[in-house]
Design a protein around this ligand. Sequence first.
Ligand SMILES: C[S@@+](CC[C@H](N)C(=O)[O-])C[C@H]1O[C@@H](n2cnc3c(N)ncnc32)[C@H](O)[C@@H]1O
Length: 337
Amino acid sequence: MKIYNKYILPRFLDREMGSADFNQTRKAIAEQAKGTVLEIGFGSGYNIPFYNNVRKLFALEPSGELYAYAKNRIKSASFPVEYVSASAEEIPLPTASVDTVVSTWTLCSIPDLKRSLREVIRVLKPEGEFVFVEHGRSPKRLNSLAQSILTPISKHFTGNCHLDRQIDTYIREAGFDIQELIAMPEAGRPLMFSYRGVARKRVADIHKAMGVLIRDRKLLVTRSKDKIHFIGPGGKLEAGETAQEALIRELHEELQITVKTEDLEVFGSFSAAAAGNKSRIVTAQVFTVARWEGEIIPGNEIEEIRWIASEDAKSMTLGSIFADDVIPRLKEHDLID
Ligand SMILES: C[S@@+](CC[C@H](N)C(=O)[O-])C[C@H]1O[C@@H](n2cnc3c(N)ncnc32)[C@H](O)[C@@H]1O
């Protein structure tokens, strides 16, 4: 399979995606991209000739072999193209730095789509747009059933392409509002149902500060009274408070420990749909807490605390920011077991 994915699949994708049938759609998508643009799953660069309002293009593509096919198209571009050799699950670009993210027939193949879409949200500027054309689940029962039956087999030969992803739901649940959506069957291809549109990130209306406390390579999570899920210690910012001030206050209230500002280091800022109300967005500024004073004693509002390794997280109900963003990153950086 390794040889197939390295040598045969890139050639296959380059040929398939080069079909002139796609050009009209590519043009319509690329014309909506402006300013600093990130294309995820750049492939062999077939959108390049259609960009006309781009200042700089970040071409994110995990397959170097596929990207090699893009060389000539990149040479002919009238704007700088920077290769980003990475996966969309971890985009090495700063938060709020991109005007438009483009995805053409890529979301079907990304292994961890939820995480990637949250990364897209992170790198987009507040007014930025996500412009996409994808294929996904058909609303017709029989076609959808066929998609679900075929995908587990076909994805092994098609670079992990899933026929059955409900693309619009994934995009909304990641925290986007879809501004325009055309969802329609592809002519003559019953297993391909097309989703084309523009999405903007929903404006965060809940701002939180959260802390990462690690002891013996285990992470502290807490569960409040009457709640079923565990989250990191912390809470909502009160009027006029900075995230650091809110976290220091919350750590004192929730765990009865004292933390100084200089003990907090920025870990990242993450957004997700609020648990229990997907139309609201929570943005959490997360800080690692290098040291604290006092013994950790749960305050009145805390029912339970646990020190967990990344494996434990799989069998627990956790808030999505800790489950999907914080814990995987801590594990990748070898900070917890
Ligand atoms: C069907 S091809 C589409 C290529 C290109 N977007 C186009 O329009 O021609 C799917 C693309 O998704 C890319 N891909 C797969 N997994 C990915 C990931 N985790 N992050 C970013 N791109 C990924 C593949 O390498 C490939 O370039």
